[in-house]
Structure formats: C-alpha cells, structure tokens
Design a protein around this ligand. Structure first.
Ligand code: GLC
Length: 691
C-alpha cells in the first residue's frame, strides 16, 4: 500500500483536517497544532533555521506528516528578475524557464517547497495592479509562458535541495475584475472564460503543476472558492487535475462577504464540497470541519480525497524521506554570479523600445547629459510588485550604471517625486536641462503602484512627472524617456514629443545595467509588447484579439483616435526587418492534415539583432464571431545584417479549431487567413482552405 493510503488509514479526524489547514503566522495556537501533528502547511516563513525546527517538531508528533512551506516567489527569491509582465516581453521561453529554475533553487535552499506561481491570469485592463504579475493579454503566449514557468519551478534538478511544486494561480478569470478593481466581480460567458482565461491554466496543468490556487473573485455570481462548476466539474473532471487546490488568503471565509455563506461554518462546508483542499489562513476548516462531518458523514469522503491529494503531493516532493533543509544550502545557492548574469540578460531582453527618432543608441562622444526624474536613483522600485527576499542594496540604479560611461558629463536632478511636486528641484532640473545636449528622463511608477490591490484609475504618467516633462520639453527637446512601471502607461503626449521612449518596467536587480546597455548600444533592444498600450485610460479595455463587430469602421470615441498607441507584439530595434514571401506548402487541406507556413525575414539594417517573428490567424466566417487576429506561433531568431532567414511553422488543423456550442474544439470548413509579421498590426497575409 502506498504511504499516503497507509497514513490516512491511521489518522484521526483532527489529523485529517489538519492537513487542510495552512497558516501564514506562527503563534502559540499554530505551535500547538504542530506539536499535535494537526496542521499541514505554512506560508511566509523563510529560512532553514526557522523551518527545520518546525519540520522536526511535527515529525515527532503522533502524526508525523511533514509540512508544506509556501511562498510568493513571483519574479525571484533573492536574485530579483524583471516582473513577469516585463519578462513576457522577451518572448524568450528558455530564459523565462531559467529565471524560474533559479528562483526555485534559491527558495528551496531556505526551506520553501511550494511556490505560489506562476500567476497566469490573462489581463486586458492595465488599471488592474496585478497585470504586473502575469504575461499579458494573449492566451497562446500566456500558455507557452505558463508551461515554461512550471517547468522552471519544478525542474528540481539539484539533489541537495528540497523539491518544489508550482502552484498555478489564480483560478479563474481573476484578471477580468470589473473596472480593474482588484477582487472585483467577474462576469462573462463560458465561451470567453474557455477561450481567453482557461488556456494558460490548462497549459500549466498539462505541464504538471502540482498545485493550483483559486481566486478571490466571484465568477458569474459564485465565488470561485466555493464554485463546484469551476473546481469539481471543470478542474477535476474535465481537466483531470489530481493535484492540490489551495484557497487564496482567507478566500473561503470571504464567501460570507460575497453573501453566499451565512457564517464561517457554512463557508467551510461549501469550500470543502466544491473541492478546495487547503484553507489558507482563515481557520474556517480547522474550526468547523469536524462538526460538519459529524453532521454530514457523506462529506468525509470529500475530506479523505483532499487529504490523499495533499499526502500524495508531499510524497511526490520527497518530504517523507527528506524534510530537513541543509542549513548551509543557501550559502551556496543565493545570488550566484550566473544567477545575477541571468537577471541582467532577462532585464535587457525585457526592455521595449517604443519610439526612436535616431537619437538611440547614444553616440559614444563627449556630451553633456541631464538625467532627470524620480526613478533615476531609485533602488526599490526595480524590485517590482513581489520583491520577496530581494534587497535594494543589490539593485543597480540607472544612474549608478550610467555614470560608468566616461565620455558623458552627467548632471542629475530628480525634479519631482513620484507622486508629488518639488518646486526647488524642478528649477534645478530645468537648469541642467538648459545646459545639456540631451536629457534622459527616468520616470514612471514606484513598485507599490502596481501589484496586489494597487490599481490606478488612470494609467498616464503620474501628474507631477508629466508636468515636469512638459516643462523640460520647453527647454530641451532632445529627451529620451525611460518609463519604469508595473503596467503599460498611456504615453500619447510623450510619444508625440519625445525623441525616444523606452518601456523599462520594473526590471529587478540588474535594472540600471540593462537600461544602460540598451541606451549605449551595448545591447540591441529586441523585446515586444505582450499588452496593448492605449492612448488614454478611457480606451480600456483595449486588446488586439478583439472581435470585428458589425461596424468595424465606425469611430470608437469622439475625443481620441481609434487606434491603440502601441499594439500587442510591438517593439523597435536598432536595425530593421523586412518580411516577404509568405507561403504555405498547400492551399487546401482536409481536417487532420497539417500545413507548413514559411516566411522570409531580412535584416535590412547594419546591426545583428534578434527579431520575434509572430504568426497570427483569423477565421473570417465561423459559427461564432472570431477575434480579428489570434497569435498561433512565434520564433525569436538572431539575424545578421543583410541576411535573409526563412522561418517555417507547421500547423495541424486543430490550430484553427473553434469551440462549438458544446465548447468542443471543432474544425470548420472554409478559409483561414494566416499572417506573419513583426507585431500584431504590421503583417503580411496568405490564406488556406479547409475542406
Ligand atoms: C495574496 C495573493 C496571492 C498570494 C497569497 C499568499 O492575497 O492574492 O497571489 O499567493 O495571498 O500570499
């Protein structure tokens, strides 16, 4: 008999319930639970020196089941990488996987064995603070990145470290919170849920994610934490997920606030019935499940199923055999040189060049440069929305990196704070701008303006900064704007007036070095947006894979242009690429056949550079209206100056399938339009017919 089945057979009801209990604090009450073997996991505890004694204590109890220790390692543990939204713009799947592998080893070296990541919520509303934690607006790219992050987190290739499981989150449609207000209502058709929000979860589970976190929000009237349709029918039965489900922080108890549970006991019963295995920190399971099961014996089966899933996960993590972390492991693991180098590469490949009138890359000749803006010296904001165990002392600020350039005579002045004016400093900033050949304005958001419940009602540059920029512009028009932020920023005025615009997100420890490499041409920018950048907040939601509607050519608003400011997939280089000769090996195919698409890409500039070739499809006539474009493939390749490369992509007809009225993938007869290009707007097209 397997160990989990052996264990459960000998467990008391309190010990079984204990496996479903997780706390984020370690007070007297929790210590007693550990002593009695009546708790299954903790979060927010770091370090072998704290975790080992807990594991030893529970293994000495009469129910020696080791603990899961969870942590939010979203974009780095101690070596901090770019926020996930930034790194998604690298479209570099292997690199993304590598950063997750590194983070997993660093966390494991301090006793963590469950990482509450990847966050795979599709986001179409940049007012929502947590857009920073995901991989943007596209289900296909989001799915590829979800798989890479699960692979990296669960690589577990270092035998000297505890194994780690991923915990994919937040199931489901959390990113559709109305108004971009975190935790808010989500209400959508099942079709939208399945076509937009489900694919990255399906991908993460197919990649073997060991656990999944349910979301705070209600979905079509029922909070996800007690939603049997989502958890039992969709997750367990349709997706065959056998891993562990974890509530979000007290989200089962919050069903009382949602108005669908009369009290904690009612919430606990509904959470267990729906299939949430672990109650994070609310204690509703601990306090109520014993009486619930006494009064509803049929629910003991649900309890046993949850306990077995948890025990099997612990078995899979090897916890029964090895529950102690080597106290010196972190000394060998944390912030290795190769980890910091990877952080630098990740930061460089996350920077999106949005505009360049030719001022970049900076010429390496003597010149006076004014560096202005509240983020130029900032070493906190680059740590992003989940700084975990990151340290500002490890962050290279922009000015620290830029000052290493000997040929530039650099003047520095903040000019204002992130969200407030500083008249005296503004005067000094205007003065240095007037003395300089050019200005580098380093502006944007602090890291606590995005992330959990840090939503913004407008996504323009914070007013004091924009006012300062306009003032500086009247003095010196050679301005390079470097935007650090956790979300896309509506930069319509800036796009019109700046000489260059760089989207530099929150890039982690190596932020300053990476921005400096791009500005000085040591690196050629190759990142591409994974979210649409609107011209104004009022255009939100705005995403590339929208429907055509019945009046596609009618204007959207009377007071702003119809188009986005920068489209999904957009990003400039210091060279240029020309796409031509898009063709397929067949023009007509039957269901079940495959088709190979080829395209030639020429580097028409003078620099070797990476290009992210994107392939989109459109089904012009279908049972249901289809998005005007859908990303179906991409490749990131390096092309020498003057070189032409031919890229080839092979698709089965499944790629072009739509969900029929029963939500089953169905290949329809008819035309499929295929596109290739450097972003979702500038494309060349061909068509195929499915018979
Ligand atoms: C938070 C977040 C979730 C996180 C959890 C534990 O509220 O919603 O992403 O993993 O609580 O910190």
């Amino acid at each position: 008999m397997q160990r989990p089945e052996q264990f459960i057979a000998s467990m008391s009801i309190k010990e079984k319930i204990g496996q479903l209990v997780q706390f984020g604090k370690l007070k007297e009450e929790q210590d007693t639970l550990v002593k009695n073997g009546e708790i299954g996991s903790f979060l927010n505890i770091h370090g072998a020196e704290k975790i080992n004694p807990l594991q030893q204590k529970i293994m000495q109890s009469k129910n020696p089941v080791p603990l899961i220790i969870g942590d939010d390692v979203i974009h780095g543990y101690k070596t901090i990488f770019p926020i996930p939204l930034a790194l998604s713009c690298s479209w570099n799947i292997r690199l993304i996987e590598k950063t997750c592998e590194i983070s997993s080893y660093e966390a494991a070296s301090e006793g963590i064995n469950m990482i509450f990541a990847p966050m795979v919520d599709i986001a179409r509303d940049p007012r929502w603070g947590r857009i920073a934690e995901g991989s943007g607006e596209d289900p296909f790219l989001g799915s590829e990145i979800a798989k890479a992050r699960v692979r990296g987190i669960q690589k577990n290739a270092n035998p000297n470290l505890p194994k780690v499981t991923a915990c994919v989150k937040h199931f489901i449609s959390y990113g559709a919170a109305e108004g971009g207000r975190d935790y808010n209502t989500t209400d959508m058709s099942e079709r939208t849920m399945r076509e937009v929000y489900l694919p990255p979860f399906r991908a993460a589970l197919e990649e073997g994610a060991g656990s999944l976190m349910v979301a705070f929000n209600d979905f079509n009237g029922t909070p996800v934490s007690i939603n049997s349709f989502l958890i039992t029918r969709l997750l367990r039965q349709e997706l065959n997920f056998e891993g562990v489900t974890v509530s979000d922080w007290e989200s089962i108890e919050e069903c009382i606030n949602h108005g669908v549970a009369v009290d904690r006991k009612d919430a606990a019963m509904k959470g267990l019935s729906a299939g949430v295995d672990i109650d994070m920190n609310s204690g509703v399971y601990l306090e109520n499940l014993e009486s619930i099961i006494t009064q509803n014996p049929d629910l003991e089966e649900k309890l046993d199923q949850a306990v077995l899933r948890i025990l099997r996960l612990k078995e899979k993590l090897g916890l029964f055999d090895s529950f102690i972390t080597d106290p010196s492991a972190h000394l060998k693991e944390i912030r290795k040189d190769e980890y910091v180098q990877t952080a630098r590469q990740a930061a460089v490949e996350s920077i999106v060049l949005l505009k360049n009138n030719g001022i970049l890359p900076l010429k390496r000749n003597k010149k006076k440069i004014a560096v202005i803006g509240p983020l130029a010296e900032d070493t906190c904001s680059p740590l992003g929305c989940w700084p975990c165990k990151g340290n500002p002392d490890n962050v290279v600020s922009f000015i620290k990196a830029f000052q290493k350039n000997p040929e530039y005579d650099i003047l520095l002045e903040k000019g204002c704070e992130i969200n407030s004016e500083d008249p005296a400093s503004s005067v000094r900033a205007e003065s240095i701008a007037s003395q300089s050949d050019l200005v580098i304005a380093v502006m944007g958001e602090s890291n606590n303006m995005s992330g959990e419940n840090n939503n913004r009602s407008s996504i323009e540059l914070p007013k004091p900064q924009r006012e300062l920029l306009k003032k500086i512009y009247t003095i010196n028009k050679n301005i390079i704007l470097v935007v650090m932020s956790g979300r896309p920023i509506a930069l319509e005025w800036e796009d019109e007036h700046m000489a260059a615009v760089l989207q530099a997100w929150h890039l982690g420890d190596e932020s300053g070095n990476a921005i400096n490499e791009i500005l000085t041409g040591l690196a050629v920018p190759n990142a591409k947006l994974t979210v649409t950048v609107p011209r104004s907040t009022g255009q939100i939601p705005m995403y590339y894979n929208h429907k055509n509607t019945g009046r596609p050519s009618f204007r959207h608003y009377i007071d702003v242009a119809d188009s986005e400011l920068y489209p999904f997939g957009f990003g400039m280089s210091y060279t240029s690429f020309e796409y031509s000769n898009l063709r397929t090996d067949k023009k007509v195919l039957q269901e079940g056949e495959s088709v190979t698409l080829k395209v030639d890409i020429k580097n028409t500039g003078k620099l070797q550079a990476y290009e992210i070739c994107q392939i989109y499809m459109h089904d012009p006539v279908s049972e249901f209206s289809r998005p005007v474009k859908q990303l179906v493939a991409f490749k990131k390749i390096s092309i020498l100056p003057g070189e032409t490369q031919t890229l080839s992509f092979t698709f089965s007809t499944d790629t072009f399938a739509v969900l029929n009225s029963q939500y089953l993938p169905t290949v329809e007869k008819g035309t499929i339009e295929l596109f290739a290009g450097t972003n979702s707007r500038d494309l060349i097209k061909t068509t195929i017919e499915i018979l």
